[in-house]
Design a protein around this ligand. Sequence first.
Ligand code: FPP
Length: 242
Amino acid sequence: MAETESLPRHVAIIMDGNGRWAKKRHLPRAAGHVAGVSAVRNIVRAAIDMQLSCLTLYAFSSENWKRPPTEVSHLMGLFRTYFSEDVDELVARNVRMRIIGNRSRAASDILAMIEDGERRTSGNTGLNLTFAFDYGAQEEIAAAARAMAEEAVSGQLDPKSITPESFAARLSTRGLPDPDLIIRTSGERRLSNFLLWQAAYSEFVFVETLWPDFSPAQFREALEAYTQRERRFGALSPEPVA
Ligand code: FPP
């Protein structure tokens, strides 16, 4: 797909299947996550090459803390490696990197690396790369509701003035367009607490491929499938011209 105008503006990906990828190879789950990081690099590079505007990757959910401590600490080690080693490339390739999610639970050195990456890429104008990290949509929505309720109680906000747009402006994705396309790998078909508000009109592409095997070619195929969809946003299709 060469033409930028036929691309979705915002693609979000639920990267699933690292554990099954490892199991199939009789490897520890950790090996699946390592391979998953390589897939992240490949897909980010493909998104830059095709001049995609926004890519959001579900890297760690607020529920992922419930995994065994050894797996959580291995994943955190991979985030350390990624955010310490890959930011230079993101800076050089004009990528603006951000995270959405809870910033109070992860280790302070990881948060410092993330904030350094956000600062160093804040002036970049190419791909908007967002990592959902310690992210949960219900938590995000509850936090926005809480903030608005507090403002209403203190008299700074008239509850009657609340609209979908003013609510969306309190979410961590403020400023980003809603995802046009959400891809989930590994054959599972659910949102798993990802972008629940923002996905109201998203198209979905589910692929059987396990995340570590998800290639730039399959990424392009998913974008091609999106271009075949007719998006009506609740309205009717235009009448065919007689
Ligand atoms: C799902 O696989 C994936 C995750 C829990 C997180 C995604 C993490 C990565 C791709 C690696 C790190 C990413 C970055 C940005 C450095 P799973 O373990 O749920 O797989 P399973 O369902 O087969 O067990």
